[in-house]
Design a protein around this ligand. Structure first.
Ligand SMILES: Cc1cc2nc3c(=O)[nH]c(=O)nc-3n(C[C@H](O)[C@H](O)[C@H](O)COP(=O)(O)OP(=O)(O)OC[C@H]3O[C@@H](n4cnc5c(N)ncnc54)[C@H](O)[C@@H]3O)c2cc1C
Length: 501
């Protein structure tokens, strides 16, 4: 089987993979790269999720790329507009020509002798027939997202098989489903549930069934300032002004929430009760047990969910499921919810490196036993970076910084005449902390497979754009924790010579 060689192999053609390719082309243009994408289209999350009303949960003024203005009138954007934006970025920059669709990366084995990743992928043709593909690359850039594409997370529900209606997970929404006039129970209260409920309630009666409440904040779908400035200023300016306003305000709000949780809790709950009918039981349905930002705050654009509740098209039930029945769900309180359709908005299954098996010189890497270096590389793993965005701000803010950093790293290596950069933990006894300090179920379920973070830089995963600007954009690439070395095999070709092959 012929093996192709590249300088950089990017896994995934979603928001992050296109970001990575754009930065490589601009900041490290001599390097050859390829993107392997398992799906048939660009867009990742924004191509996969097709449930009614699918939209961003954060504003696109901060979730757009730093280098490409978001010009759609909605700042809280429909999913297909985000997919179009990512696709247009890729086609305008010629990135699409570097993407191999229907290629699933299954493993990557690092060889220190040659300073290369030997990557095994599976290619599917039109008929679904699969064949193996081998590619080598000096640097592996995982932009594979953070969850399993094949299945979402669904807890075991007693009596599930007895339900006579349809059970749907939002990750696999049947496009032909006609739910007009149906009774729908949506299980969950996170970002997906809160998007689905008002949208389904346009033509159906919807019950949002939650075990415990979530914090919500309502904001306009359209950003008046951005839409006004766009009429008078060049697009990039009209983008950057409200973008920085949002970055600063979101950071301020998050810091206040951490410093004064009770004050912000009251503020959030008051905001919600003002949008609900008088006398509504806010204490039961909209008063979470945790503090604001211990889990991601959910956005409700233009109060759409609260309006659906006010109009009687949607209701919220806070209870525990005892069992599914033939006609719906029996709750611990004894109440029964009748349903034609049950939607399990119960979350995602986390996955590291797109599920690919990673090994270094024959040693399998368990990422749960590594420490994250600047939140993008891993202790003892050479020439590999991955993108994971913020939990308290838009994903792309961090993705952009990581892409800039990786280009600087590649260029520094070239200047030093070495092929390998490996984060090395000098203090093996450093106290390990969880990578993400979120109490959300999907993170807690997977905490053991996620890398750890240390107590101090560069081993900390900052959830702070301003600190990351310093550490990733401004700080020198060379530091005590990053080891630079040459390929072990005598005569191994330096990475950059390969670009001419
Ligand atoms: C419903 C939903 C809404 C969200 N809303 C927001 C929001 O409003 N704001 C925000 O900041 N974040 C949001 N997120 C997080 C969101 O995933 C990121 O914002 C962003 O889309 C991540 O982009 P990505 O390219 O890193 O990953 P993805 O979008 O997940 O793309 C990863 C790509 O890698 C491919 N891939 C994975 N494994 C392999 C493999 N082994 N081989 C080949 N290809 C592979 C996938 O097919 C996919 O195309 C949301 C997530 C979900 C699920």
């Amino acid at each position: 089987m012929p093996t192709e060689n590249f300088d950089v192999l990017i896994i995934g053609a979603g928001l992050s993979g296109v970001d990575a390719a754009w930065h490589l082309q601009k900041n490290s243009p001599k390097r050859t790269y390829v993107i392997l994408e398992n799906r048939e289209r660009i867009g990742g999350t924004w191509d996969l999720f097709r449930y009614p009303g699918i939209r961003s949960d954060s504003d696109m003024l901060t979730m757009g790329y730093s280098f490409r203005p978001w010009t759609h009138p909605s700042a809280i954007s429909p999913g297909d507009a985000i997919r179009d934006y990512i696709t247009a970025t890729a086609t305008d920059a010629g990135i699409d020509k570097h993407i191999r669709f229907r290629h699933k990366v299954v493993s990557a084995a690092w060889d220190s002798a040659t300073a290369r990743w030997n990557v095994e992928a599976v290619r599917r043709d039109d008929s679904g027939r699969e064949e193996p593909v081998q590619i080598t690359a000096n640097f592996l850039f995982s932009c594979a997202g953070y969850y399993r594409y094949a299945d979402g997370y669904t807890p075991e529900f007693k009596g599930r098989e007895s339900f006579k209606g349809q059970i749907i997970h939002p990750q696999h929404w049947p496009q032909a489903l006609d739910y007009t006039g149906k009774r729908i129970v949506v299980i969950g209260s996170g970002a997906t549930a809160v998007t689905l409920v008002p949208n389904l309630a346009k033509t159906a009666h919807v019950t949002m069934l939650q075990r415990s409440p979530t914090y919500y904040v309502s904001r306009p779908e359209k950003d008046a300032m951005a839409n006004f400035l766009r009429r008078y200023l060049p697009a990039q300016w009209a983008y950057m002004i409200p973008r920085w306003r949002n970055i600063v305000l979101q950071r301020f709000f998050y810091s206040r929430a951490k410093a004064k949780p009770q004050q912000i809790k009251q503020l959030l709950i008051k905001g919600v009760s003002d949008l609900l009918p008088q006398g509504y039981d806010v204490a039961t349905h909209f008063t979470p047990k945790y503090n604001p930002w211990d889990q991601r705050l959910c956005l409700v654009p233009d109060a759409d969910m609260f309006n659906a509740i006010k109009d009687g098209r949607a209701e919220v039930v806070t209870d525990t499921i005892e069992t599914f029945t033939a006609n719906g769900i029996k709750l611990a309180s004894g109440k029964e919810l009748a349903a034609d359709i049950i939607v399990t908005a119960t979350g995602l299954q986390l996955e590291v490196m797109g599920g690919a098996a990673i090994s270094v010189d024959g040693r399998k890497i368990d990422f749960g036993k590594t420490f994250t270096y600047k939140g993008l590389m891993y202790s003892g793993v050479p020439n590999l970076a991955s993108i994971f965005g913020y939990t308290n701000a838009s994903w792309t803010l961090r993705a952009d910084l990581i892409c800039e950093y990786v280009c600087r790293l590649l260029n520094t290596r070239e200047a030093k005449g070495v092929e390998i950069a490996t984060p090395r933990l000098a203090e093996p006894a450093m106290k390990a902390e969880p990578w993400l300090d979120f109490s959300s179920g999907y993170i807690q379920r997977s905490v053991t497979m996620l890398p750890k973070q240390g107590e101090k830089a560069p081993w900390r995963q900052n959830q702070n754009y301003f600190i990351d600007i310093k550490e990733m954009r401004k700080a020198p690439i060379e530091d005590a924790a990053l080891e630079f070395s040459k390929a072990k095999a005598l005569g191994a070709k330096p990475t950059l010579a390969r670009a001419a092959e």
